[in-house]
Design a protein around this ligand. Structure first.
Ligand code: NAG
Ligand code: NAG
Length: 304
């Protein structure tokens, strides 16, 4: 016992010196407002105005979480650091992002999930996710898009656009998103989707469309009937269209299209834009000046 004690002491001394060395190695290169561990970098709610510099990271993070900050602009090279190829999940949600540069995410070649929800995005550069050939899930919910942004990805399976301000979706918007399986479009202001849009989505399993201001036209009914026949929507969900006088009409019951609507559309089969909600005066399509909107948003941020 007596002969063991000094050895033990020495041993403990070694251990503590050794762990100090280890600890400082692990922390080296970690941006000052972040916490780095073996496979994670976390810089949450740190009032950051730009993406921290990850150039000297020594760990190999598969998760980077920069959510809840004040970052308004994601620039090229923000994610062009040595260890970028290890990142599989990136949280950029709940910031103030207005703008993203075209090749900002280019070097995140193994990225699988990306969270950009709760930002101020009104558009995206069309190549934003083109280089992320392993991206399967993209969350763009709670943003300010008016037109569904153009996205190119041949790997993406889940696209979340819940409550993201969408009014228009062009028929060919999904032409470069052939792998989509889960599409979440509820709580927008979509008035019409042409049924042919879905031909660009051969792998679709689920599409959520509740709480939109659908047009009361036979075209809308046709689209829902198509989706229902292909088991993509459940017509027991509250799908409603909005009439000229701001009434909402539920156009399905448990048996399908409600009888009177079905008859009206049959009687007007030659005219898919026939409106059973009364002659519709078109909702004013306010032209959005993108530049003005961006300036306005920047103003809010500066003031706030
Ligand atoms: C960011 O997104 C993730 C995934 O949806 C979520 O778990 C987390 O709560 C979000 N953070 C904030 C601050 O909204
Ligand atoms: C089709 O229906 C719309 C709306 O109800 C109407 O304004 C239009 O004149 C109709 N077109 C034809 C060719 O009947």
């Amino acid at each position: 016992m007596q002969s063991l004690m000094p050895t033990m002491d020495r041993y403990l001394e070694y251990v503590s010196v050794f762990s100090i060395i280890l600890l400082s190695t692990a922390l080296a290169g970690c941006p000052s407002k972040c916490i780095c561990s073996k496979n994670k970098v976390k810089c949450v709610e740190k009032s950051l105005f730009s993406v921290p510099n990850f150039e000297s990271l020594e760990n190999e993070p598969d998760i980077i979480d920069i959510s809840s900050n004040e970052i308004d602009y994601i620039q090229n090279f923000d994610f062009s650091f040595d260890k970028a190829k290890y990142v599989m999940i990136l949280y950029l949600n709940d910031s103030k992002i207005i703008d993203i540069d075209d090749t900002a995410f280019k070097e995140l070649i193994n990225l699988r999930e990306m969270y950009l929800s709760n930002n101020l995005l009104s558009d995206l550069p069309k190549n934003a996710f083109k280089y992320n050939k392993n991206l399967i899930s993209l969350d763009l919910s709670h943003n300010l898009f008016r037109n569904m942004p153009k996205i190119i990805s041949h790997s993406l399976k889940t696209l979340n656009l819940i409550n993201s301000g969408i009014v228009n979706i062009e028929e060919d918007r999904f032409i470069d998103l052939p792998d989509i399986e889960y599409l979440y479009l509820q709580r927008n202001n979509i008035r019409i989707i042409h049924v042919d849009m879905f031909k660009y989505l051969p792998k679709l399993i689920v599409v959520e469309l509740q709480y939109n201001a659908w047009k009361c036209t036979c075209e809308t009914v046709e689209m829902f009937n198509y989706l229902s026949a292909n088991s993509l929507v459940n017509i027991e969900e509250p799908f409603q269209c909005k009439t000229k006088n701001d009434f909402f009409i539920t156009f399905f019951d448990n048996f399908g299209t409600k009888e009177p609507i079905k008859n009206l559309c049959l009687n007007n089969a030659h005219n898919t834009s026939y409106n059973f909600g009364g002659e519709s005066e078109e909702i004013e399509e306010m032209e959005v000046d993108q530049e003005k909107l961006t300036k306005m948003l920047k103003g809010i941020i500066i003031e706030g």
